[in-house]
Design a protein around this ligand. Structure first.
Ligand code: DQA
Length: 146
């Protein structure tokens, strides 16, 4: 991956509630904490963050970042849309920029509905179950991609 551009981190619905949202599942770090620690961990990188509630908004962000020549990769936690949104999956498939899927929780160890990801088949890879650390792991994955 070229280190010249920026990395986009895109979070979906209810992730703005991290810190108070089911901390036994998602941990106690807020989204601001996660983004701050990501930037602190990769001071050489330009990390841009967006959090949106709507499916169409996620589609628009993926299209915007995914077609921006300055964007080198996208870290995507589409939250519940992971399991339901063909539109988000189609947006990921439509762009050439690598997209790494992230989940704080291990979605494969949870309810049956969460064990299906429509995004995994179109993403470069998936990191789940490592809590907030998963975002840094996803950035590392992007950095080691050619
Ligand atoms: C999540 C897992 C999803 O199933 C859930 O809907 C979320 C968060 C995670 O990060 O573990 O909102 O993507």
């Amino acid at each position: 991956m070229s280190r010249e551009g920026y990395i986009a981190v895109v979070n979906g619905p209810n992730l703005n509630m991290l810190g108070r949202r089911q901390p036994g599942i998602y941990g106690t770090a807020t989204l601001d904490d996660i983004v701050a620690s990501l930037r602190a961990g990769f001071p050489q990188l330009d990390i841009r963050h967006e959090c949106r509630q709507g499916e169409g908004e996620l589609v628009e962000l993926i299209q915007r970042f995914g077609t921006d020549p300055a964007c080198c990769g996208i870290v995507l936690n589409a939250a519940a849309y992971t399991h339901t949104s063909l539109a988000v999956a189609d947006a990921v498939a439509a762009v050439d920029v690598p997209v790494v899927e992230v989940h704080l929780s291990n979605i494969y160890a949870r309810e049956a509905i969460r064990r299906t990801s429509l995004l995994s088949p179109v993403c470069a890879g998936c990191i789940c179950g490592f809590g907030a650390a998963g975002y840094a792991l996803a950035v590392r994955a992007l950095l080691q991609m050619k």
